[in-house]
Design a protein. Structure first.
Length: 281
């Protein structure tokens, strides 16, 4: 049986599938929307409490704001939460599939904290009295990670114009860079938080480092395997070898579930999936 005859690589049915375990991406979106609605009815008191204060270092007992700010949005602007959650839904689902629920959640929360921390440090230097709210830093990081894995994917802009995701991400990052260096044009947008999320996503992609890496292994939500040494194969041998690895990985999924996969195993499935897509063209 060839690699592409395996059950895992048969084309999945399109459409919405109801039931099953809820994804982390869906859970994050529901939490953000619920907090936004509650904040509207509370007269923005919730976002005031959850938001990250610029002088947090003088009030260390509020350290939890480094995490909670990422779940609060401007109650006077539906667009704020709408666009963040749309892009999280657009890019987060496949990134979650690549890394598994546990590591994906750990990465997302890490991006929230790191984006807030860098914003906090820069605001201390600049002396800006402000409050940070919103998931934009983490969402930007998830978008960058998606683009690093799937740079040639295309999206239909306004449902009509096909645009490669790397172009979309490049435009967004250029806007953030311009906004960060042109402070008079920044308004209330935390461009530095966006850029921080992008930078740490790139660091994670290259090295596997995120805040969970600082925890002892028994407390870590996900483990990253070492990169295998390069080997030279003929095309047929390489496909057979890849097929055998896929078989072992699928058996592991059946035994232990998808969350048990290492980073290398997920990259193997991603590599086999790309070859399948290329073969279909």
């Amino acid at each position: 049986m060839g690699l592409y005859d395996r059950e895992y690589y048969r084309e999945e049915p399109r459409g919405i599938v109801l039931g099953g375990d809820m994804s982390v991406t869906t859970t994050l979106i529901l939490i953000n929307v619920a907090v936004f609605i509650a904040d509207v009815f509370s007269g923005d008191q919730l976002s005031r409490a959850l938001g990250l204060d610029w002088d947090l270092f003088t009030h260390p007992l509020k350290f939890w704001q480094l995490l909670t700010y990422g779940f609060a949005h401007d109650p006077s602007s539906v667009r704020h939460v709408l666009f963040n959650m749309f892009f999280l839904w657009l890019f987060g689902r496949e990134v979650e599939t690549l890394y598994g629920k546990r590591l994906y959640l750990q990465l997302y929360l890490s991006l929230v904290v790191l984006s807030g921390l860098v914003w906090l440090l820069l605001n201390l230097v600049q002396g800006d009295a402000a409050k940070l709210i919103g998931a934009s830093g983490a969402v930007t990081g998830i978008m960058v990670l998606f683009v690093l894995h799937y740079p040639t994917r295309t999206l239909l802009f306004w449902g009509v114009l096909p645009i490669p995701v790397w172009v979309l991400a490049s435009v967004q990052l250029l806007q953030d860079i311009f906004g960060a260096v042109s402070r008079e044009n920044s308004g209330q947008v935390a461009y530095t938080a966006h850029l921080t999320g992008a930078a740490f996503a790139f660091l994670f992609y290259k090295t596997g480092w995120q805040l969970g890496s600082l925890l002892p292994k028994r407390f870590s939500l996900g483990r990253l395997g070492r990169r295998p040494r390069l080997r030279v194969h003929s095309a047929e041998e390489e496909e057979d070898d890849l097929g055998r690895r896929v078989d072992r990985i699928l058996e592991k999924i059946n035994r232990e579930g998808q969350d048990s996969l290492t980073r290398d195993e997920r990259r193997t499935l991603e590599k086999a999936s790309r070859r399948y897509q290329q073969k279909r063209r």
